[in-house]
Design a protein around this ligand. Structure first.
Ligand code: SF4
Length: 628
């Protein structure tokens, strides 16, 4: 055991508030975040699971992070096994090792953390004496296959409802085998990879997944936490003055995920983070966060404001976490009350079409000098392909409203390598950025200064369970050429500072996004070779292009189909075909009778037992039926 690491962990704890220590609990969980403490503490999923697990009687949950560079050197020099932060206990001594993984790029870090913990990375090599290894988080909805062989159980859905079922199964069963069978038998929310044989076609594509035992479902349904009102239903009730229904929806026992451990030394650790809504209605065809959190749901204003009041003595900074802040039907109340409490407000991201004057005023008041928005491309046609229903003229108007308030620096997220993209589309990025820059300089005259336009270029990576899931990523050499072409063109525009992600990184991401179980070998090797993916690919003989660089037919069984996202095949296919024709679609209305995409309870979830899926508890359904 390294004294130096123990002392450094104790120093981190001394700066924190709200953590839990319960050494003698019946069940001890090591909650692992596959990145450093500074980054992990800005992740609301981690805060939520920490709070949920620690609130269950008999359970103690401690945090474990990927060591930072100095700590890693010390771990390796001293041969110290990876430890938890709270009690500096070796990870392998916990009953459960639970990974919370938001980004598939962190799969490498997951393998590295298991290696550092001396816990066998492959589930087949673990015995009854080793901890149960669980994976949850947003990446589990997307495509858990690349790490399926590392994991005993994959939580497929939202932790707020799965945590309790998981703990029940662990406490009610004696052996690992029985725990796994009991979780798999639930049929929704828990995927046990070892209970399936994967059958491949001769060409290497997946033919099917076959359950090895009776009672194991053919496909695992996603579990949604939906005691929180649907955004569209609440909006309509408020707009139509249906006060009884609105009151009912706003007074459920809702979840309000928020910071649970105050950690001022971490990124954004000096502010209260609150999730105000989950999911986004717009249906941008590249966006996993939109489709995988359908239907959009909100946290009522009163719950957000109660958290804010509770934390006001500790901080005057609040971060509103949401993919669509201004879609919240009560956003005016939230902003007004937070400003009245003298909070400095920041937002996790801003959707261009929904930026309101009151939100901009609140951001200016918070003295934020920079704002980040996502035009995605400079071409109106390509925006229709991806169903981002905004024009360049509208983008200029919105940026103008930002600049006129004195926020003169704007970050523009753009993608390169989108389906059907041409060089003419790329040229339109130069035109758009030049227009934004001109508008900034015009506004800057009033303030006697100039800001900066920061285009941030990412290679487009097709994501599972989105309409673009069948598309190949742009060939690596061609993607590199396009990124270089755009960077060169942008570098000639004054007041512009371009940032970009390399084509190589985009291709690595695509492998983790779209790979099947064979990709686990690459992840394990790369984690052992210090992250060197090229060496790992060479040594394992895995052909990355097979997973990333071919268009897939509608007949192909996609590796991530083992998880039933609820989105219907027909819906995704129609959206994909519309993309090819540059046709846009309407947003998800998030109302009760919609069956457009297939997720809502009017379709495949209608008969789900409520104990398994809380998408609409009976009392909510009754209230909605009474109001109809
Ligand atoms: S079924 Fe309709 S309301 Fe429900 S998530 Fe899909 S599009 Fe939205």
């Amino acid at each position: 055991m390294s004294r130096k690491i123990i002392d450094s962990y104790k120093r981190k704890l001394a700066a924190e508030d709200g953590y839990v220590v319960a050494r003698d609990a019946e069940l001890r969980i090591a909650l692992c975040y596959p990145n450093t403490h500074a980054i992990g503490m800005a992740n609301l999923g981690l805060h939520t699971m920490y709070e949920l697990f620690n609130n269950i009687p008999g359970v103690a949950c401690e945090r474990v992070f990927l060591p930072d560079a100095d700590e890693l050197t010390e771990y390796e020099r001293t041969g110290t096994p990876l430890m938890s932060l709270e009690t500096q206990t070796a990870v392998r001594k916990f009953d459960v090792v639970a990974f919370s993984i938001s980004f598939e790029t962190d799969y490498l870090n997951m393998a590295r953390m298991l290696q550092l913990s001396d816990v066998p990375v492959w589930s087949k090599d673990r015995t009854e004496r080793d901890p149960l290894v669980i994976m949850g988080g947003a990446a589990s909805f997307l495509n858990p296959e690349p790490i399926a062989d590392f994991t005993d159980v994959i939580a497929v859905g939202e932790g707020e409802i799965l945590a309790f079922q998981l703990i029940d199964a662990i406490q009610e069963n004696d052996s690992k085998e029985d725990i796994l069978l009991s979780l798999a038998g639930i049929g929704r929310g828990f995927y046990v990879p070892s209970l399936y044989d994967v059958i491949y076609n001769d060409d290497g594509t997946v033919f099917d997944y076959l359950p090895k035992q009776p009672g194991v479902p053919k496909r695992v349904g996603r579990a949604l936490a939906a005691v929180n009102p649907k955004e569209g239903t609440l909006r309509r009730a408020l707009k139509r003055g249906e006060t009884e229904l609105a009151d009912f929806l706003l007074n459920q026992d809702t979840f309000c995920p928020s910071t649970s451990v105050w950690s001022p030394e971490a990124e954004m650790g000096d502010r209260l983070l609150v999730e105000i809504s989950r999911g986004c209605s717009q249906g941008c065809r590249f966006c996993w966060a939109g489709y995988n959190y359908y239907p959009p749901r909100v946290v009522p204003a009163k719950d957000i404001l109660a958290k804010a009041a509770e934390w006001r003595g500790k901080t005057n900074k609040i971060g509103l976490v949401s993919t669509a802040v201004c879609d919240h039907p009560e956003i005016s109340t939230i902003l007004r009350e937070l400003r009245a409490m003298d909070y400095r407000i920041s937002v996790s991201s801003l959707r261009l079409d929904q930026i309101s004057d009151e939100l901009l005023d609140a951001l200016v008041e918070s003295r934020d000098q920079q704002i980040a928005v996502a035009p995605e491309t400079g071409s109106d046609r390509l925006r229709r392909v991806i169903n981002k229903n905004l024009t360049n003229d509208e983008i200029i108007d919105i940026c103008g409203a930002v600049f006129d308030r004195g926020m003169l620096t704007v970050k523009l997220y753009m993608m390169v390598g989108l389906p059907t993209e041409t060089d003419e589309d790329l040229d339109e990025i130069f035109t758009l950025v030049t227009r934004v820059k001109d508008r900034m300089l015009e506004a800057g005259k009033k303030f006697g200064r100039a800001g900066k336009i920061i285009p941030s270029l990412n290679g487009f990576v097709p994501k599972p369970n989105t309409p673009l899931q069948w598309d190949a990523i742009c060939d690596q050499r061609e993607l590199k050429r396009r990124i270089k072409y755009v960077c060169k063109g942008l570098s000639k525009i004054p007041n512009v500072e371009v940032r970009f992600m390399s084509a190589k990184i985009a291709h690595e991401q695509a492998l983790f996004s779209s790979g099947d179980r064979n990709v686990a070998k690459v992840i394990d090797s790369a984690a052992r070779f210090g992250g060197d993916m090229q060496r790992a690919l060479r040594e394992t003989g895995i052909d990355a292009a097979f997973h990333t660089s071919r268009d897939r037919s509608y007949d192909e069984f996609l590796p991530w189909s083992i998880v039933d996202s609820g989105l219907s095949f027909e819906f995704l296919k129609t959206e994909h075909e519309k993309a090819r024709e540059s046709l846009s679609s309407l947003p998800c209305p998030a109302v009760e009778k919609c069956t457009t995409c297939g997720v809502c309870p009017t379709t495949w979830l209608a008969d789900a037992p409520e104990a398994l899926i809380q998408i609409q508890p009976a009392r909510v359904r009754e209230a909605l039926a009474a109001a109809a």
